[in-house]
Design a protein. Sequence first.
Lengths: 441, 138
Amino acid sequence: MAQSISRYDHRPHGATDEDAVGAFAFPEGTATIKRRVTLTEFASEPWYEKQDMSVRGKAEIVGIYEHPTRKADDQSVSQLHAEVAHGALADAGLSKVDIDGYFCAGDAPGLGPLSMVEYLGLRVRHVDSTDIGGSSPLLHVAQAAEAIAAGRCSVALVTLAGRPRAEGMATGTAPRVYGAGAPDIPFELPFAPTGIGMYAMCAMRHRYQYGTTAEQLAWIKVAASQHAQHNPHAMLRELVSVDDVVNSPIIADPLRRLDCCVITDGGGAVIVAAPEIARDLRRPRVRVIGAGAAPKHLSGGSFDITVSGAAWSGPAAFAEAGVKPADIDYVSIYDSFTITVLIQLEDLGFCEKGAGGRFVADGNLISGVGRLPFNTDGGGLCNNHPANRGGMTKIVEAVRQLRGEAHPAVQVPDCRLALANGIGGSLATRHGSATLILERV
Amino acid sequence: MAVLDRKPTASPEVSPETREFWKAAAAGRLLVKHCPDCRRNHYYPRTVCPHCFGAHTQWLESTGRGTIYSFTVMRRAKEPYALAYVTLDEGVTMMTNVQGCEPEAIAVGMRVAVRFVATPEGPPVPMFVLETSAEAQP
């Protein structure tokens, strides 16, 4: 194979993709390669299909599990990883010895996959631990599909687990450092950048540029609560109104308490397998047909915080899948805060940039009511945001929808195509966006 | 609400790469990096230009004036403070705190001027005050 495509697209460092939002220019370098070939262009080349570099249809999600706990006082983090792995294997109808690939991110204790494969007693021939924050599991599914397509493994386990609630972690309201020695720390930490503070600045700028209102953002929480009322495991099952959200205590202008996701313990797991294995499992089948990932950062101090990496990961995934936003029946959208959802929906092309406020208003995200049902488990906003990483539960609910196994009150009729998107890290500084497009077989 | 006057609790760690920046900060001057190869400025400062990878970056003294790109007020903090991004007149946007005014006085697009605020164990860090405040007058 002469060329390969990195799923981890580094376009934000250099050339812009005309398919993406062109609202601002990324820094330009002295390019040696005069014209960067984008994944969108790759996908339209006849030789792309011939060389078969796409992950489209190469792997299926055969097992899913979401831990029912929301507070794990009596479980260790590694134990939670084991419990979710156990649950996903049972769901798939597979056993531990079938697993030959393992994926985890920074939530796994110790030396990532090495500590975990030992603890779990796995004998695998492929491991990966790329960490792009809470969106890591979405990227891991894509990487598992690539590994399966390349013959490096045939049944891959992806786990995520943590217990920030039991540990009393101030997830959003205290400054967080991701790894000592990062070059940005001296220029940021003295100013006490908190999780919610950074997302609040995105919301403030979005309001300034596009007139997005607190009521419009509130509709995202309202939709999540409409769904969470049917989920017996959801941390917040009580219905909330737009008034409830806009009258909840202000934490960081313009974001209020009810604009935030929950802090929960637990986790989840998925099992990705080759189609020939999926065929024999007698479970409803869900295949990966498109994936994209993109890091976005502050570009040397020249940036637009109303745009997320989904402006690049989304078009790449749609191109690979050969579908458009209008074809999608259900979306799982990373919902650390209400503003996170709004910005991703714009960047993924479900509405124009800046029109997110109008798009999410009036129940448009509520299953059975609006045009684009989202996070029908209640999402991170009401149900679960285990380990402060919402990516795994996004995949799990998308698979439930495609299998027809969501709660009947929120099940999307004849759900055929689903998109799951994650934003890991911080929307207002550096983050990784990962997009997955899944199809019912 | 009271006038914002947060004192940093975290001190910047000085590295060989950023020593000049912090030395200037201690003298009340704000530096950014300029790259003569691509003629662009960047922040936070690096030796190698993050725009073009040019290896000849130079220090450039900022006027210390800029515009609020975005901000938020951390209302529930023990002592509320304004987290902000300020776009300097040199074209780079930096994370900072806005100080010396009531939270309600701050808006996106307002003009601000730098002032340096002491840290517990390191050099002072660049924060900003509204240009209309007495402190900002040259």
